[in-house]
Design a binder for this molecule. Sequence first.
Ligand SMILES: *Cc1c(COP(=O)(O)O)cnc(C)c1O
Length: 346
Amino acid sequence: MSTAIIDLRSDTVTQPSEQMRRAMASAEVGDDVYGEDPTINRLESRAAEIFGRQAAIFVPSGTMGNQIAIKLHTRPGQEILCEERGHIANWEMAMLAWFSGCMVRPIAAPQGILSWDLIAPKLAPPIYYVAPTGLIELENTHNMAGGTVTPENTMHDICARAHERKIPVHLDGARIFNAAAFLNRPVAELTKGFDSVMFCLSKGLGAPVGSLLVGGKEFIAEARSVRKALGGGMRQAGVLAAAGLIALEEGPKRLHEDHANVRLLAEGVAAIKGITIDLPTVQTNVVICDVSATGKTSAEIATALKAAGVLIGTVNPQLVRFVTHLNVTTAQCKQAVEKLAAICRA
Ligand SMILES: *Cc1c(COP(=O)(O)O)cnc(C)c1O
C-alpha cells in the first residue's frame, strides 16, 4: 500500500480502517440466503432505523440497489425520468433497458438539480399510444454535476407532485450522507418522500464493499427475490456487513472534513490560469473543473499529474474530477494543487 500516492479519483478507493478489519475478522456470520447472518440482519435493521423506514436490504453494489428498485417500480415499456448526467442513465450498463425494459427520458438540469418545473413538461400525457412515465429518479448528491445538493424542499415537492399522479420516486442516494452533512439535516427527514432510497457504504462512508436499499416492508421483501435472481445472495457476507456497520455509524460524522478539503482544493485550482470552476456549486466532496483553456486535454493533465503522484478522474476531454475522502489529508490536497499549478505553467 503506497502512502505517497494522492488518490483523488473517487471516494470508492478508501481502505478499510483497522477498526473495520478487526470487526470483519471477528464478525458473527450465517447463511444470509436463509436470513441467518446476524451481522447482515443488524446492518439492515440499523439502516432502516436511520432512514425511518420499515426495512432495508444489503446489496453488493449501488448499481444493484438502483436496478432492483427500478425493476420493482416499473414494468417494460415505460419511461424513467432522470437528470441527463445521472448514474442510472450513464454508468449502469443500460441495465434499466436490459433488465427492466424501460427507456430513460433524460432531463438537462442546471447543476444536476431537478425541480418539478423541469420534470412536468417531460411527463407522458395520459394517451394510450404514448409510453407512460413509470418512475422519476433523483440523484443526491449529483455525482457528474460535481457533488451538488438538491435542496430538501425541492425533493419533497417532487415526491408529493409525483405521488399525486401515482408515479413512484426513487432516490439514488449513493452520497446522501454528504448531502445530509451539507444541509445539516438527518437523512430520514431528507428522504422521507421517496418510495425507495439506495445509499452506498463503499464511498465516503469508507466500507470496502456494499450498499443498502431501504423502503417499505413488502418492497424490500420483493427486493430480496430480485437480488437473488441477480446473483446477489451473498451467504456469509456478515464479514462485509461488519465493516458496513462501522461505516454507517462512524462514516457520516467526518464527511465535513472531506467537504472542507474539496473547498480548499477547488479554491486553489480555481486560481490556476486556464482552469475554470463554478465555486458556489462546490458543496460536498466532489469538484469538476474545465481545463480546456490551459491548452491541454483532461487526459494530458491526468497523465502529467499521475507522473507526479496524483491520481484524478476525467469526465470528458475538457473536464477533470477530484473527489476527497478519508484517505486524503488537507496537506495532500494542497500538494495536489501545487503539482497541478506546476503542470499548467509548463
Ligand atoms: C457510485 C455510484 C453508484 C453505485 O455504484 P457502484 O459502483 O455500483 O456501487 C450509484 N450512483 C451514484 C451517483 C454513484 O456515484
